[in-house]
Ligand binder design. Structure first.
Ligand code: FUL
Length: 493
């Protein structure tokens, strides 16, 4: 072992880029909901014009508790509400404009949907987040940059002060004004400063420094999703350029594959840009549209489709933001509710019994007693195994103490110390003592869920073929799913 002497400095510094406390807390949420609801729900549109009459906003049976229960049934940990979409209509009685729920017949103009949702979340233990569209097609000051920035800050302040803890502020990059549209110069720095001042624990996502948009709305995650990427990935102008520009329904189905590698050695080797911790979020809708359309009632994503996205995202070092559009009653439609329950049931049964908890493990090398390989088999996430500094390759052998059948292995790096694993393989031992490869993968990061065909074996071996400086593992879980299925990311062999 070379104990660090050969490790290039640039790899060593890439290995030491780490998440902030708020990024870490967010990453641990894994799976949470988007709720798109506004005047568009009643006009059957995706992008409102800004000229909608608030009188049309009148859900007949709205229940934030029903939304929250649906999220919980799927195993989600939070909810982000479109407090204001591009049409400018506010779901809370903002004092900055008259274009709000206060001008609608809903709850006789006394309603505050942001409050109802924030409270329902809090009561049931979900975290609450806000989406506030910078692009506003109703507000007259939009385009008069300084005035609109004041207006926007006013709205942000209302949302950040009146509704308790906010885990996320989600800024969209979309703008379809076109060449004849108004040019608004957003004062991002002022928005960020206000968020840090009023809700220091909230992550700022997409057009923001904390959470990176995966780059598509189709639910696709890269095979190797690095959380350590060059700083230029944070460039809001580029994010805006790649965001939706026209309301054509096509965008949400497109996958941009040109940028499939953001952080490998090859990519970062020639970078002058500093590296930052900028982890990915995968956002998509349970239906074709972001808002509810009765015509899409039969197009709710199948359980298989949702599992594929889930395994790709949560199982591929990203988080999963799944949109659920309430209907004109103000309820999540029965079809969607059923699907969410099914998804939650599958995930709960798959991951309830960790066969590794009774196992013994041995590693090729261990840094010291504190980082013994047994630390990786507990469900404690702040303890971890690692070899000596500079050891980039290692193996771990798990003895399940008896033959067991399984088809899922969950690996977790101790990301508080960085993201390091670049290539690995899993093998199981057959009766004649031969090792057979069942899975090969690249990055691990916060979590990699390896899915492969069901095998029965007493022993399993993880080989880390490439890593940066030295790898860490804070979790290794072994499970048997009822449904099987191997088509989810990585490669089973
Ligand atoms: C896009 C928007 O234009 C869509 O309407 C939706 O809000 C999606 C999450 O982001 O850019």
């Amino acid at each position: 072992m070379n104990h660090g002497l050969q490790t290039a400095d640039w790899i060593k510094s890439a290995a030491q880029v780490t998440p902030s406390e708020r990024q870490l807390k967010w990453q641990e949420m894994e799976f949470y909901a988007f709720i798109h609801f506004t005047v568009n729900t009643f006009t059957d549109r995706e992008w409102g014009t800004g000229e909608e009459d608030p009188a049309i906003f009148n859900p007949s049976e709205l229940s934030a508790e029903q939304w929250v229960q649906a999220c919980k049934s799927a195993g989600m940990k939070g909810l982000i509400l479109t407090c204001k979409h591009h049409d400018g209509f506010c779901l809370w009685p903002s004092k900055a404009t008259k274009h709000t729920v206060a001008a609608s017949p809903w709850r006789n103009g006394t309603g505050d949907l942001v409050k109802e949702v924030a409270e329902a979340c809090r009561e049931s233990g979900l975290k609450f987040g806000i989406y506030l569209s910078p692009w506003d097609r109703h507000e007259v000051s939009y385009g008069d940059s300084e005035r609109y920035n004041e207006f926007f800050l006013h709205q942000l302040r209302e949302l950040l002060t009146n509704y308790g803890d906010i885990f996320c502020v989600w800024f969209d990059g979309a703008c379809g004004e076109g060449p004849n549209g108004k040019r608004q110069v957003y004062d991002w720095e002022a928005y960020y400063a206000l968020i840090r001042e009023l809700q220091p624990e909230a992550v700022i996502s997409v057009c923001g420094p904390d959470v990176r948009w995966c780059g598509n709305e189709a639910g696709h995650t890269r095979d190797s999703e690095w959380s350590v990427v060059p700083v230029h990935m944070q460039d809001n102008e580029k994010i805006q350029e790649q965001s939706q520009q026209v309301d054509d329904g096509e965008f949400a189905r497109r996958i941009n594959t040109q940028d499939s590698d953001l952080g490998s050695r090859e990519v970062i080797r020639d970078q002058d840009d500093p590296l930052i911790w900028y982890p990915a979020e995968v956002n998509t809708s349970i239906r074709p549209g972001w808002f509810y359309h009765a015509s899409e009632d039969k197009q709710v994503k199948t359980l298989e489709e949702l599992l594929t996205i889930y395994y790709g995202a949560v199982g591929g070092n990203a988080s999963f933001l799944l949109n659920l559009p309430p209907d004109t009653r103000g309820l999540i439609h029965e079809h969607d509710v059923k699907r969410l329950q099914e998804l939650g049931d599958v995930l709960r049964t798959t991951f309830e019994d960790n066969l590794a908890l009774q196992a013994l493990a041995e590693a090729s090398e261990t840094m010291d007693e504190q980082h013994a390989v047994s630390e990786m088999l507990t469900e404690q996430r702040d303890t971890y195994w690692c070899p000596h500094e500079g050891t980039e390759q290692a193996w771990i052998e798990i003895d399940l103490q008896a033959e067991k059948t399984f088809d899922r292995v969950v690996l977790m790096e101790h990301i508080q110390t960085g993201q390091r694993i670049e290539r690995f393989a899993l093998e199981v031992c057959s009766d004649d003592g031969a090792w057979n490869k069942v899975y090969t993968g690249t990055v691990v990061g916060y979590k990699r869920i390896c899915c492969f065909a069901k095998v029965t074996s007493r022993k399993i071996r993880l080989t880390i073929h490439e890593s940066r400086w030295y790898p860490t593992l804070s979790g290794l879980g072994i499970y048997l799913s009822e449904r099987g299925g191997t088509q989810y990311g990585g490669s089973d062999v």
